[in-house]
Design a protein around this ligand. Structure first.
Ligand SMILES: [Zn+2]
Ligand SMILES: [Zn+2]
Length: 370
């Protein structure tokens, strides 16, 4: 891996034509933990572009409106999304006798005809929500790239994790944390090693104080990247608001999207077309788990092409939300920030940008392990 990295010359993952030179030093440097020693890394450098979509929407197959075909056509043509996942409620994808209905198959057929690699990707997942503690839901989870349905009712989220762990290709997401009650935290984000590979996304939208919740889930040991899901229940897939999940891909194909979600190359944005990225100085993108370096220099950038939508500030945050570095961007269209961090067990750093209108963007973390 090391030789691959040394041979890698450029690491611009988003178009940097408008980026400003990094002529300001970060105002703060932080040493997050003790140095490490071994020599390995687990990142895949490369030139990638930002694609934006919505990974959470319902149709008339559960408590939303319309059909998956309508949803995909609307997301592509009206909302101009690059991808949409229809994620109807799992228990409603069963018929009255308790057998799987033909709705998932119907959705998958619609997705196959709506997908056009390079232009638009359609996928069908489902939303699990039957984990209960004292008859209250412990949290909802979206599942993507599933083959068939999970059991209709699994009353404990640990059963859900076990089913997810058995699904090699599946991607799991924590949905709208702490939205309906304070028990919607999967028992304080109880960590399950067996499901950790699949659970790679954390929805920053629709919940309560998701900025704080993000650090709770990360500090519990989960390796997740942020997502913005619109959770549509009307025919507004992609236009309910301006929020987007950004994903870094070389090509807009389903296998690449699955790989990128699994590798957490994501950001959550409250803005329609702004972007944020974080990478190491040798080109490892956000979501990477880096190992075997004493220190790692990270570079964050944020930009918005709209002249009226400026970047107010850009900051780096580590475990428990600790501020690592911050730059006031003086309402530039683009802003960059670098900081050097010391590695340590469980240490991670992520980037956050705040725009003049209050919109925020949050990048996936980079973990820097001994
Ligand atoms: Zn939900
Ligand atoms: Zn939902």
């Amino acid at each position: 891996m090391r030789s691959v990295l040394l041979g890698f010359a450029g690491f611009a993952m988003v178009s940097c034509a408008r980026c400003e030179p990094n002529n300001l030093e970060p105002v703060l440097r932080a040493e997050l933990s003790v140095p490490g020693s071994s020599t390995s890394t687990s990142c895949i450098p490369g030139q990638r572009r930002v694609f934006r979509g919505n990974l959470h929407g319902h149709t008339g197959h559960s408590d939303g409106q319309g059909t998956p075909s309508e949803a995909f056509a609307y997301a592509r043509n009206a909302a101009k999304l690059d991808f949409l996942a229809v994620t109807d409620h799992l228990e409603q994808l069963y018929d009255w006798k308790g057998a799987p209905s033909d709705e998932l198959e119907n959705c998958e057929q619609a997705a196959r005809s709506a997908s056009e690699p390079g232009a638009f990707l359609a996928l069908c997942g489902f939303e699990y929500g039957t984990g209960y503690r004292f008859l209250r839901s412990t949290g909802h989870n979206n599942v993507y790239f599933n083959r068939g349905l999970f059991p209709r009712i699994q009353t404990d989220f640990r059963q859900f994790y076990a089913t997810l762990a058995a699904c090699e290709e599946c991607i799991g997401q924590f949905n709208h944390p702490a939205r309906e009650s304070d028990v919607q935290d999967w028992n304080d984000y109880e960590y399950h090693e067996d499901a950790a590979r699949q659970m790679s996304l954390f929805e920053m939208s629709g919940g309560a104080d998701t900025w704080s919740e993000l650090f709770r889930v990360l500090d519990a040991g989960w390796h997740v990247g942020p997502a913005f899901g619109q959770d549509n229940h009307e025919k507004d897939w992609g236009t309910k608001n301006e929020g987007r999940t950004g994903v870094l891909l070389q090509n807009l194909t389903l296998p690449e999207l699955r790989e990128a979600l699994s590798a957490r190359r994501t950001f959550a944005s409250w803005d329609r077309n702004a972007s944020i990225s974080l990478h190491s100085e040798d080109g490892c993108p956000m979501g990477s788990i880096l190992k075997g370096r004493a220190t790692v220099t990270l570079r964050a950038s944020a930009e918005d092409p709209d002249p009226t939508d400026r970047i107010e500030s850009l900051s780096l945050h580590g475990n428990r939300g600790t501020l690592v570095a911050k730059r006031i961007c003086e309402r530039a269209g683009a802003c960059v920030l670098s900081a050097t961090v010391q590695v340590g067990k469980g240490v991670y750093v992520l980037a956050r940008a705040t725009q003049r209108d209050g919109d925020i963007l949050v990048s996936a973390p980079i973990w820097v392990e001994p």
